[in-house]
Design a protein around this ligand. Sequence first.
Ligand code: ATP
Ligand code: MG
Length: 498
Amino acid sequence: MTRRGARTARAAGDRREPGGDAGRLLGTGRASPRAGRAGEIGDLVTIAVLEALTFGLSRMVAAAERAGQRLCLLTGGRGVYRHELGRLAPDALDVVDVDTHDVAECAAVLGRLPDLRGLVNSTDTWMRPGAELAARFGLPGPDPAVVRTLRDKRAVRVLLHERGLSRGTAVALPPGPDHTASAALVRDVVGLPAVLKDSAGTGSRNVWLVRDGEQLDAALREAAGRALLGRLFAEPYLTGPLYSAETLSWAGRTRLLGVTGRLLSARWFGREDLLSFPVLLPAPDLAAVDDWVARVLAAAGHTRGFAHVEFVLTSDGPELVEINARIGGCLAGEAMCRSLGVDVYDAMIDMALGRAPALLDTATGTTSGTAGTTGTTGTTGTTGTTGTVETVETVETTGTVETTSDTAATRPTATATVLIYPGRPGTFTGVTGIEDLPSHPGAPEWYPTMAAGTEVGDLGDQRACAGLLLAEGATTELAMYNALSAARGVHPLMDDEW
Ligand SMILES: Nc1ncnc2c1ncn2[C@@H]1O[C@H](COP(=O)(O)OP(=O)(O)OP(=O)(O)O)[C@@H](O)[C@H]1O
Ligand SMILES: [Mg+2]
């Protein structure tokens, strides 16, 4: 890989640039009875998956099996899924290697799947083509026009501002060498401090905090040299801790499944270092988030599917950072499954088939966080913070939770995920310390994201993440300490070429 390539190296979640062979039809990469000619693939396939998050594919396959369905993954880079594919039986699903940035190629593959009933579309990058393909094939899916709006952070901000759901608005910054006009727009429409970012950006790439004129000029100069996925725009800088609301919507009704805490780097603006689920919010704050997120999603037109809604909890309440119309990355799905005691991927399959997801009403575990089972817009419960997670007593702070018993299926577990980054640029060769993880409390697990040989030139965003370390705890606080403690022993190795 070239040094320039290093700057597009894949990191956690769906933040990668898949390449790969176009149009070849193969199995899962191991000896597969289903590998081979196009006609052999997909005879049983009922649900296509247009790329996916790095983690969660095996849970998706299991959920499909429970529903009597079979998946076919369309991917331009199956290496992204090596961890997940390595856990699956060779014939657990079909995998088609295709240039997934080529919509016509994808359509051709979908057209060859004989009993296609649904399409799972769970990444930001493929959200728009996925919605358009679903519509073209008459499959259940979101309105492509809504998806176009949701994939435009500037459009969402302007819309929410108009509806009174965002204090500030956003302004598009015209490309070109003369930055004077852009600088004036930022000052006049948004004011300083401001955030400049890519309207379709992912992975915390191309995001600048500007506090004064000098920083504004520098950011505009730097942005002019970057290849953006969308267009540059500016919005107000929001002050406060970052969280995300994990939600599920159907027929316009939204359920808050829980809130994820997000610890940001002190060194690099926007880079995430740790996620924890669920956050123990006081009941009034949780109710406020619940109400706010339902109104934000309704205003943005998101009426169906998961959403991962990042927000800053300012002194004046929640303010949106961005809406991702999918399950969260960096093991957010895994965290929810463990904490809620239900497999949220069943809902993904339900919705791909156009069925109301049972999760909208399912009683979830009574873990040390959110566990609502009532209410029209979702989660209403919080638990105590004692860590005595087995019984209904742990949810006495609200009294709204219809608890379930402490069966294995519902045993509450909080989780925390540390994003592990190299300490310096270089060529990534592997990770040390994984072998010691079993001795740590919290059952820490390593989820690798970076392939050996990846050149890392820039440590400032999530593409530089070597892998995720997830640990559990009886409370979210304990899960965080378990994860952070275990992470101290895990070290990415970089060669000395740089
Ligand atoms: N208006 C804002 N005020 C304060 N911080 C912001 C703002 N916009 C973005 N950020 C910070 O920059 C980070 C990246 O921005 P954003 O989430 O819009 O981009 P992204 O590339 O989609 O990120 P990711 O894929 O990591 O979620 C946010 O997580 C947040 O920490
Ligand atoms: Mg974000």
